[in-house]
Design a protein around this ligand. Sequence first.
Ligand SMILES: [Zn+2]
Length: 149
Amino acid sequence: MPLQSAADVLATCIGGVADPAQRLRLQAITGQLVADAANYDQLARIQSLHQVVRAPNVDAVTRSELEALYSKQMSATNGAARGIYSALRNAAPNGKCPLCGIGTVTVLDHHLPKARYPNLSVCPFNLVPACDFCNMYNRPLRKGVRSFF
Ligand SMILES: [Zn+2]
């Protein structure tokens, strides 16, 4: 399990947003996003992630803004939460990809895709270390598994 709480990751990501008005709108939905992360964790523990409800946006914050919170503040090398990205990515034992057990971890991958679940774009429970192969080629398979539920 990630050592970083959903609230800490959100606060760090939001802290890196330059636009004060956007920062305020993101802070206004932090409680909802933390609750969504807790709900994800609960459902994951009982193998019921298929019950996670898709969110096209969260109140006044759009999907693209929530996706950008990840791409600009976590995965970008100069992002405010890049340190958290690295810590989560490096948490895989021996650097082995937990998805295939063969490849070497190079990236973080969204278990539930951020395009469909933007409210989970920076949820630490939803971010899984992955190798290049799984990041590139395991997606269709995993999407197929998801739509099977
Ligand atoms: Zn892999």
